[in-house]
Design a protein around this ligand. Sequence first.
Ligand code: ARG
Length: 303
Amino acid sequence: LRAGFTTVRNVGASGYSDVALRDAIQEGEVEGPRLFVSGPALGMTGGHCDNNLLAPEFNYKAEGVADGPWPLRAKVREVIKHGADVIKICASGGVLSKGDAAGATQLTLEEITAIVEESHKLGRKVAAHAHGTQSIKDAIRGGVDSVEHCSLIDDEGIRLARDRGTFLVFDIYNDTYILDMGAKNGLLPEMIEKEKQVGKLQRENFRKAWKSGVRMAFGSDGGVYPHGDNWKQFPYMIEYGMKPIEAIRAATTEAAELIGIKGQAGVLASGAYADLIAVDTDPLNNVNAFGGVKFVMKEGKVY
Ligand code: ARG
């Protein structure tokens, strides 16, 4: 909140910690941004959203793990029962997980389609983690509302997203942070290796996708790097093809539309939330201005 982010979509949290935090903020017990949360991310056994660190004797599974269309529909119902505003799925492998390739398909098209149908029926949007070329396309064809990471997206994937109006959310600051700090922070060597495989391609594909006219929302996979540094993604969005005003829109009007609060957040209008930040230089000339947030108001209250 103090870094100037008055609304946050948090996708993937164990133990429903995000639901608890959202409610505590709403009730004024804790200071923070308005949260839209997913609870545990849904994914396959042994996939990116499972936890693969323990020996088999533990028989451990992350809370959002299920296999097959109906078990995954049941998971959608379960996380909504416990407070999810939005559904997060892991369509492909990932970087910061053990034993899976970032580009590998994980959930099948059949599974994704079932999850999306169940989620939309219950009024929830679906955000899909996908680095892999095929998984990105499966996620879009399955009807998700946004694809996160998008690292290895190809021309067909870009076209599909553009035609369907699917939001692409590229966390292109993370590569810098993971390569600088990952080893020091104790990441597994295989994770750093995977980052080297996808990081650069993700940035090049950001440029390509933006040029081709897809919709993009600001999303940075906050939590991979320290909170408060969220603004650091802006300069990369400029370096890889956006104008400052376009990056600002991605973080305001576009993000609000993706979350489903168009007209309430990301705009200054009568009847909207009255969220406002101020910086000390003109961000239209230099987005580094967002590193110097001097004033934050959320719903009319100054923090
Ligand atoms: N949570 C993501 C994953 O583990 C982080 C990916 C970060 N790397 C990147 N180039 N964006 O897959």
